[in-house]
Design a protein around this ligand. Sequence first.
Ligand SMILES: OC[C@@H]1[C@H](O)[C@H](O)[C@@H](O)CN1C(=S)Nc1ccc(F)cc1
Length: 389
Amino acid sequence: LDNGLGRTPPMGWNSWERFRCNVDCDNDPENCIGEKLYMQMADRMAADGYKDAGYEYVNVDDCWMAKERGPDGKLQADPKRFPSGMKALGDYIHSKGLKFGIYEDFGTQTCGGFPGSKFFMETDAQTFADWGVDLLKLDGCYSNIEDMTSGYPIMEFFLNKTGRPILYSCSWPAYFVAYKKIPDYKAIAKSCNIWRNYDDIQDSWDSVTEIVNYYAKNKGNFFEVAGPGSFNDPDMLIIGNFGLSRDQQRAQMAMWAIMAAPLLMSADLRKMDPYSKSILLNKDVIAINQDPMGQPGSIILDMNQIQIWFRPVMPKGSAAFAVLYTGSYGTPEKLSLKCETLGMVGPGGYNVTEVFDGRYVGMFKSADNINITVNPSGVFLGKAVYLGN
Ligand SMILES: OC[C@@H]1[C@H](O)[C@H](O)[C@@H](O)CN1C(=S)Nc1ccc(F)cc1
C-alpha cells in the first residue's frame, strides 16, 4: 500500500501469541489484557534497548474491547481492564516515542467474540484516528471471504479518509488460504502494508518450520508482489517464550530477516532471557530485515531438511543467505557448498561473515567452496558483501 508507511517491515511488539485472550484481571492482574500490560511493555521497549534497535509499534491485539459498542455505535475499551481508555493508552505509548497499534475484525465479531467492524468500518476508522492509532490489524473471523475482496479496500479507503497515517495490517489472504482459495496478491499488496498469508504461529519449532515451509512454496507468488510499503507477514516472533531452543530462536530471527517479515515480538519483555534478548537486539540481523531495497529473500535450494535461502541486500550486489537445517539428527551438519550455490554469482569476490557471531569467514569467489557447519534445528546466517563494483 503506497501510503508512505511500512517502507521497511514494521518492528514492534504484539500481545497475542504470549498473552492471548487472558481477560481475568482479578486473578491474573500481571498477565491479563489490560492497559497496564501495554504500558509496561512500552516502558520495557523504551528502557531496555528495543526502541533504540528499531522496535517501535506497541500493538494491542484481540480482547481489548467491551462486549458491546457504546450508544453512539462507537467501539469502547473494556472499562475495567482499560479504565483510562484507549486514547490515554495511545498518549502514553506516544510519550515513550513509540507507535500505537490496535486490532479489529472485518466480520461481525473478532475471533475472541468481541464486536466486529462489519457495518461500522467508517465509524471505527475515525474512532481509531481520534485515539491516535498508528497501526490497524484487521482480522477476518466471522466474515464471508467473498466480502473481503471489496471490504478490505473499503477499510483502507476509510483509514485514508481520516487523514491520519495508519499502517494497515490485513489478515485477508490467510482466510482465503484457509478456505483453499488462491488470494489476489496484487490487489492485497495495493491495499495493505502487511498481510498475513498463513495460520497463526504457536509457541513451537513445529509451528515455525510449518510457516517457513509454507513460505518456501510461495504459492501465488506473494514474494514477487512484496516491496517497500507492502510486506508478507508470517506472524509474530516467539523468541523469548517457552517453546524454542537457542538454535531455533536464532533460526526464526534469521528466516524472518531473510523473508523481509515484520518483526513483531510477542514475549514478556519484563522477563527476557539474556540470550533471547541478544537475538532480538542483534543489529546485523535487524539490518538485513530492514534492508532499504525491501526485496524479500527466496529459497534457492531445498535438499531434504537443508534449505538454502538468499536475499539481495545493500551494498549493491551483496546478499544475506541462510542455511537452515530442520533435521534433528543430533549432530551438526558440515557442508562444503559452492558459493554460486549460495547465490554468490558475481564475477567479483565476496567478504563473508557469519551474522549472529559476527565471525569473519573469508573472501570467496563464486567458484570457491565455503565450509559451513549448521546445528540440528538451527541456521547458518551469512552476509556476503560484494567486492566487485
Ligand atoms: O483472536 C485473535 C487471534 C490473533 O489475532 C491471530 O493473530 C489472528 O490470526 C486470529 N486470532 C485467532 S485466535 N484466530 C483463530 C485461530 C484458530 C481458530 F480456530 C479460530 C480463530
